[in-house]
Design a protein around this ligand. Structure first.
Ligand SMILES: Nc1ncnc2c1ncn2[C@@H]1O[C@H](COP(=O)(O)OP(=O)(O)OP(=O)(O)O)[C@@H](O)[C@H]1O
Ligand SMILES: [Mg+2]
Length: 259
C-alpha cells in the first residue's frame, strides 16, 4: 500500500538548492503544479514518474512511504505504482480497444468482462467522439486515447499515483475527469495552466526557474471561486460544442447559455 509519497529537494536551473526540504503527498490528495512555461512543471512530475534518486538533472529524490523505492519497483513496469498521461501519450500496440483493456485487466488478475464495459463507458464520459470496443487503439484520436488511458488508470490500473500533464488542452472533458478523479483515494497530480483545475485541487505547487517556489493549500474562498469558475467553464464548453456542430449564435442560445 502506498500511503505517502515524499519529494526531497533538488536544485534549480542555476544549480541553487530548492528552498524546501521535503514535500509529503498523502494518498487521496489532489495537487496541481502551476508556473510559467519552462519553469520545470513537467520535470517535477517526471521525477515522480521515474522515482528519481538524485539521478535526474534536478537531483530530486522520491520516497515511497518514507523509504527509497527498491530497484524492483523502479525498473519493473508491472510493479510501478505510477501512471503518467501526457498530451503525447499514444498506444502503440496493434489491438482493439477491447483487447487492449482485456490484456491490461488480465495482467492485474481481473477476468470480469464488466470492467471492460465500464472502462469504455467511463472513457466515453470524458470525450465527445465516442470510443467503440472494436476500434483499433492506434487509430484513436489524441483526445480519445487520453480519455481511454485515464479511465483505464482509474478502473483497471492499480496505480495509486496518477500524473496528468496538461490534459486541459487534450480534447477531453476536464470537468468530468476532475469529478470522477476526486475521490478515488489515489494521489492525483495535474500539471496545468488552467485556473479551473488549479483551484479545484487541495494543494498547488508553484514552480519557478526549475524549482518549487511555494506549496499553497486551497483556502475557503478558493473553493467558492473554483465552483464559480466551473460554472463559467461549463457555459464556454457548451458554446464550444455548439460551434463544433456548425451552429451559429442566436438570441435563444445567448439567453440559454449566458444566463
Ligand atoms: N531543476 C532543473 N534543473 C535543470 N534543468 C531543468 C530543471 N527543471 C527543468 N529543467 C529543464 O528546463 C526545461 C523546461 O522544463 P519543463 O519542460 O519541466 O517546463 P514546464 O514548466 O513543463 O513548461 P511548459 O509549461 O512549457 O510545459 C526542460 O528542458 C527541463 O529539462
Ligand atoms: Mg510541461
Amino acid at each position: 500500500m502506498l500511503h505517502e509519497l515524499t519529494v526531497l529537494s533538488g536544485f534549480d536551473k542555476t544549480g541553487k538548492r530548492e528552498e524546501y526540504e521535503s514535500i509529503v503527498i498523502h494518498a487521496g490528495e489532489t495537487i496541481s503544479i502551476v508556473g510559467p512555461t519552462g519553469s520545470g512543471k513537467t520535470a517535477f512530475i517526471t521525477d515522480i514518474e521515474l522515482l528519481a534518486q538524485g539521478d535526474t538533472f534536478t537531483k530530486r529524490k522520491i520516497l515511497i512511504n518514507g523509504q527509497p523505492p527498491g530497484s524492483g519497483i523502479r525498473n519493473n513496469p508491472a510493479l510501478k505504482p505510477i501512471a503518467m498521461i501526457t498530451q503525447n501519450t499514444k498506444c502503440f500496440a496493434d489491438l482493439t480497444v477491447e483487447e487492449f483493456l482485456k490484456i491490461h485487466a488480465r495482467a492485474r488478475g481481473i477476468y470480469s468482462s464488466k470492467i471492460i464495459d465500464e472502462t469504455i463507458a467511463l472513457a466515453n464520459n470524458f470525450t465527445g467522439e465516442k470510443i467503440h470496443r472494436d476500434h483499433r487503439v492506434t487509430i484513436l484520436s489524441g483526445g480519445q486515447t487520453r480519455s481511454l488511458l485515464i479511465a483505464d488508470a482509474i478502473l483497471i490500473g492499480a496505480a495509486p499515483v496518477i500524473l496528468l500533464d496538461e490534459i486541459e488542452n487534450a480534447g477531453i472533458f476536464k470537468q468530468e475527469v476532475m469529478e470522477i478523479i476526486q475521490d478515488t483515494g489515489k494521489i492525483i497530480i495535474f500539471v496545468t495552466h488552467d485556473p479551473v483545475i488549479a483551484l479545484h485541487t487541495q494543494k498547488r505547487i508553484i514552480m519557478e526557474n526549475g524549482a518549487v517556489k511555494a506549496v499553497l493549500v486551497q483556502n475557503e474562498l478558493e473553493v467558492f471561486a473554483a465552483q464559480r469558475l466551473s460554472d463559467l467553464d461549463r457555459k464556454i464548453g457548451a458554446i464550444r460544442e455548439e460551434l463544433r456542430a456548425d451552429r451559429v449564435i442566436t438570441r435563444e442560445l445567448m439567453n440559454l447559455k449566458f444566463a
